[in-house]
Design a protein around this ligand. Sequence first.
Ligand code: TYD
Length: 138
Amino acid sequence: METKIIQLPKFEDPRGNLSFIEENNHIPFKIECTYWIYDVPGGQVRGGHAFKVQREFFIALSGSFDVVVDNGCHKQVYSLNRSYYGLYIPCGLWRQMENFSTNSLALVLSSTKFEESDYIRDYEAFLKYREEYEKQRI
Ligand code: TYD
């Protein structure tokens, strides 16, 4: 599956709304790790890197932030600002989170546990990685 906004179930209720996510159902992977980003000072940027294997799903549980997804040729900005949809990002893409609103809460579900060797943190190395990836697809 390509990078994609996924709508989640939403049970509207006068007592307050409820949404949920089931692994391998609403999102196309088994959840191995859940983390969240919070208390982000104004203007800060997080997550400027790519993963070789890890796939992720981002939700703005509260407030808003943007996720910039870059395949080496083209960048797309996804604005997340509701807790009943999220952004699925497959592996092999550079992604950066920015434009966090005050008190925003970003939830990230990921398909693998933290593994530093899965990160590509250098943008030039990422471009080389994409070049190899594109060659293999031909
Ligand atoms: P990182 O993914 O590098 O955050 P960002 O790219 O947004 O700056 O995570 C920061 C650090 O947090 C990482 O170097 C180690 C730690 N970490 C874990 O120990 N386990 C995890 O599941 C995650 C996501 C991070």
